[in-house]
Design a protein around this ligand. Structure first.
Ligand code: GLO
Ligand code: MG
Length: 345
C-alpha cells in the first residue's frame, strides 16, 4: 500500500449491481441502501455518489417538500455514518418522459420535465451538502441523424445549463461526456465538447467536467490526455476511474483491469496536476462481473482502490530524472522499456 496518499475514495449505490444484462436477468439479489452504506463504510471509502432517485427512491411520485424532507433524513444518516455525499446526478434516462432525450427531447413538455427534475436535484444536492451536480447526458443524442438538429440541440443544452446555474449561485455542473451507448451518437462525446459548451453558458466558471476512463476509450481517446486537457483549464471536478477493453459495450471493468499502463498514466497525471487538493474525490464507476458470487460482491471496488494505491506507489518511485535524460536524448525506445520494467518490477 502507498505510504502517503491524500486521495479520498468514492462509489455509488449502483456500483453494487445485480448482474442483469440485455441477455439475462440478475445473478445477485438486490440489497438495501443501508446494506450498501455499511459496505462502503466497511471498505473504508469516504464518500458516496447519488442519483436523485438513489437519494429519494420513487422520486417522481413524491411532492417537492417530501423529496427535500427525505433528502434531509438521508443527510443525517450519512452524517451519522461519517460519509460525505460527493455529488447528485438527475437520472434522466429511465422515465417515460426521457425516451427521446431529456434537455434535447423533441417534445417541449419532456424538456420541461428534465429541467424541473434537474433543478430539484440541485435542491437535493444542497440538502446533502455537495455543490456538484453531475450531468451524464445519457440520451442527449440521436439513434438516427435526421431525427434532431445538432445545432438546436446545443442551444437547448446551453439553455438548460443556464437555468441550473441561475437556480443556485453555488452549484457547479460537472458534465460527464460519453460518445455512445445508449445513443448511437451523443452530442457531448468528449472533454473538448464539454469545455466548448461550458464556454457558452452564463457562468463558464461553474461549468466543468467529470472524466470516466471507459468513456474516453470508447471515444478512441487516451484517458490520461483527457485528464490533462481538462485540468489545464482547471475543469476536472470528479473522475470515474474504471477500464474498458476496446470498442464494444460499456464494460465498467475494475480500474487497471485491461490496460495497466494506461491506468498508471491516469494516476500519474492526476498526481502531477494535484488532483484532490481542492477536495476532489477519486470515484470508481465499476461493476462486478455478471459471474460474481454474492460473497465476492465488493471485490471490484476494493480491487480498484488497491490497484490505484499500488499505482500511486509506482508513480512515486518512477525515476523521473532518468526519464528526463532519455527524453532529452530522444531515446523513447529506452523510455518505453523503462516504463514497462517499472510496472513489471
Ligand atoms: C454510464 C455512466 C453513469 C454515470 C452515472 C452518474 O455510462 O458512467 O454510470 O456515471 O449515472 O451520472
Ligand atoms: Mg460514469
Amino acid at each position: 500500500m502507498a505510504k502517503k496518499s491524500h486521495f479520498r475514495f468514492c462509489f455509488g449505490p449502483w456500483n453494487i449491481s445485480e448482474g442483469a444484462d440485455p441477455y439475462g436477468p440478475t445473478t445477485r439479489p438486490a440489497q438495501s441502501f443501508d446494506w450498501k452504506l455499511s459496505a462502503l463504510k466497511k471498505l473504508g471509502f469516504d464518500a458516496m455518489m447519488f442519483h436523485d432517485d438513489d437519494a429519494v427512491p420513487d422520486i417522481d411520485s413524491k411532492s417537492h417538500s417530501q423529496v427535500l424532507k427525505e433528502a434531509r433524513q438521508l443527510r443525517r444518516r450519512l452524517d451519522d455514518a461519517g460519509v460525505v455525499a460527493e455529488m447528485v446526478a438527475p437520472r434522466l434516462w429511465f422515465s417515460p418522459n426521457t425516451i427521446d432525450g431529456a434537455y434535447t427531447s423533441n417534445d417541449r413538455k419532456c424538456r420541461q420535465y428534465a429541467i424541473d427534475r434537474s433543478l430539484q436535484s440541485i435542491d437535493i444536492a444542497r440538502e446533502l451538502g455537495t455543490d456538484i451536480l453531475v450531468l451524464w447526458l445519457a440520451r442527449e443524442g440521436t439513434y438516427l441523424r435526421e431525427s434532431k438538429s445538432g445545432l438546436r440541440s446545443v442551444e437547448l443544452l446551453v439553455e438548460a445549463f443556464d437555468k441550473m446555474l441561475a437556480h443556485d449561485k453555488k452549484i457547479r455542473l460537472a458534465i460527464e461526456p460519453k460518445p455512445n451507448e445508449p445513443m448511437d451518437h451523443a452530442y457531448v462525446p468528449t472533454i473538448g465538447h464539454v469545455l466548448a459548451v461550458a464556454s457558452q453558458t452564463r457562468d463558464p466558471k461553474r461549468t466543468g467536467a467529470l472524466i470516466e476512463s471507459a468513456h474516453c476509450i470508447l471515444a478512441g481517446l487516451d484517458p490520461a490526455d483527457e485528464i490533462d486537457f481538462a485540468m489545464s483549464f482547471g475543469k476536472l471536478w470528479s473522475v470515474h476511474l474504471n477500464d474498458q477493453n476496446g470498442l464494444k459495450y460499456d464494460q465498467d471493468k475494475p480500474f487497471g483491469s485491461t490496460n495497466l499502463r494506461s491506468a498508471f498514466n491516469q494516476v500519474r497525471v492526476l498526481m502531477r496536476n494535484g488532483y484532490g487538493r481542492n477536495g476532489e474525490f477519486v470515484c470508481f464507476d465499476v461493476h462486478p462481473f455478471r459471474t460474481t458470487k454474492v460473497e465476492h460482491w465488493l471485490a471490484h471496488l476494493d480491487n480498484s482502490r488497491r490497484t490505484f494505491l499500488r499505482l500511486v506507489e509506482k508513480v512515486q518511485t518512477f525515476d523521473e530524472k532518468q526519464a528526463q535524460r532519455l527524453i532529452a536524448d530522444r531515446d523513447y525506445q529506452a523510455l518505453d522499456q523503462m516504463v514497462i520494467e517499472h510496472l513489471l518490477g
